[in-house]
Each structure stands twice: as C-alpha cells, then as structure tokens.
Design a protein around this ligand. Sequence first.
Ligand code: KG4
Ligand code: ZN
Length: 331
Amino acid sequence: MITIGIESTCDETSCSIVKDGKEILSLVTASSANIHAKYGGVFPEMACRHHIDVILPVIEEAMQKGRVSKDQIDLIAVANGPGLIGALLIGLQAAKGLAIAWQKPFIGVNHVEAHLYAAMMDHEPTLPALGVVLSGGHTLLLQIQDIGNYVAIGTTVDDALGEAFDKVAKLLSLPYPGGPHVENLALNGDPNRYSFKAGNVKKSPFDFSFSGIKTSVLYTVKDQKLSITDKADIAASFQEAALQDIVKKTGLALKKFPDTKAIYLGGGVCNNDRLRALFKEKFPEVSLYFPSKRLSLDNAAMIAGLGYQKFLQNPKSDSLDLEAKARIPIA
Ligand code: KG4
Ligand code: ZN
C-alpha cells in the first residue's frame, strides 16, 4: 500500500511516499528556517507564504523521486495539528484537493504522535514502551500501550526543550534554529562551570519547566563581555542541566511503569548526540529507539507512516470537513 504524506505544521514543507508504513520511497523537505533566522524564531506569516510557494513543487518532486503516479497512491495522510493554524491549513487543503482530484481516501494525523512513530518506522514496535517527544514545540513523556493508545505522564508547563535551546542560542548570538549550534559550542565547554538547573513542578514530578533555566542564562550573559570560552561553558552547562532533567524524569517514569520494554524518542532535539549518549548510559537495561537523524526533524515520512497505521486500524477516509487544530492532545 502506497501512502503520500504531507507535513506543514511549522516551518518545514514536506512530502513523502511511503510503502506499507515502513519503506520510504522518497522524502522531500523544503525549510523556511533561513527566512526566520533574522527574527530568531519562526515568523508565522512568512512560514505560511513559503508553504504556499513550495507545497506543489515539493509534492511533485516527492512523487517523481518515489517513482509513483497518482494511480499507484492508495492513501493521502496529512498532519492536521498541532501547529500553526495558517501553516497547517496549507498542507491540509493540499491533501483535501488531492483526495478530491484523485478520488482517494485521506486521513489526518497528529504531528506529535508521528514524531514517536518516526522511531518505529524500521521495525515492529516493542510495547509497552515509554515515549519521549523533544521538539521545538513539545516536551512530552508518555506511556505507549499501542499505536494510538497513550497514557500521558508529563509535559512542559512553559517552554518546550527545543524552544529553550533556541532561546539560549539567541542569548549567545548563535543562529536560528539554535539547538545544533548550542550542541556544537558545548563540545568545547565545561558543563560544571555554571550551576544551571531545570525546574521542578510542585506536585507534578513528571512535568518539565525550562523557563527558569533560560532566565538564569539570561542573567549570566546580561551586560557581560563574554569570551568564547565563557560562551562554550554556558552552552555546555545549560545543555547538561536540561538533558539531565529529561533523563531524571524518564528514570522516574520507568520506575512507575516497571513493565516498560523500550523507550521511543522523537523530535528535533533527539539529534543531540549528548542526549543520545546520556540515555544509553543511564538506561542500559531497556531497548532505546531513536529516529534516524533526518526523521527526528519535522518530515512527512513519519506522517505517511503513521497515517498508514491508522488506516489499517480503521480503514475509512476522514471527512473533507476535517479541521486544522493548533492543539490536539495525544493522550
Ligand atoms: O521536531 P522539530 O523539527 O520541530 C518541531 O516540531 O518543533 O524540532 C526542532 C527543534 C528546534 O528547537 C531545534 O533547535 C531543536 O529541535 N534541535 C536541537 C538539535 N537539533 C535540532 N536541539 C538540541 N540539539 C540538537 N542537535
Ligand atoms: Zn515537530
């Protein structure tokens, strides 16, 4: 079964052709990150304009590279949330247009859930598992009982982890998106020089808070003439404190769910090698699944893959009235 996936939740316009929910025949992604770079964060209006400009060429290129014609496509999957409403509408309308023109079923999927599916694309999932989504918009800890069946454990009460990396990058005058630049700078830094701490949330031991640590970085850099060594030490100290907090709360969740067989991670921050190393070091007894690096970031292959799985569970098209939603909880 051939699925075409479309992703436009934020600043990436992506289309992918996926066979049987697993085999990626093509994946084409056009990012508008360079347009947002000078604003230090995503400028929604600019993201929307870029989606409109590139969505059709991206779809055409994905079909060409995947060597499929419209007649070979069995299902159209699209992320209908969560994300920026204007951005979501462009992918969703494109998907609906294709569904009408090609007379094919179409299905809306949750972008955050798809981030978790990204690490399942190359195998049958080992369940029950813990899911950890670490992206620019989301920080979630949940139990995965099955695809589509999750139990919420923790979330951020303020900034998402990727957002905190991006804000710290901005404070250190690094380009947007900042996560990879902070990681790079941290390679030469001393993680013990500054005692930054991620927040704990009263009576919610599994929840996250990153706005305090970002403010601590702000006060550390404010009105200071920082050397490159100072900046590297700040990056390393921030990164270590933030990532250790994720590891600590994942460890607590493992204790709460002792039948956990695996941990699935997803989202852009999973491209951080220190995060990958810390998880391997702290949880040697559980199977760890990270998406490949291109599937950690926003992409349409995970949308097509998850759409296929949902369609297997319930083989019927969504209504053409399906709405874009800025927020859709997955548990
Ligand atoms: O999943 P994603 O592509 O988009 C969202 O759904 O938000 O994640 C993008 C986020 C950005 O905040 C980016 O700075 C962060 O992931 N990121 C990283 C790394 N690579 C990307 N954060 C830390 N270390 C990295 N290597
Ligand atoms: Zn994402």
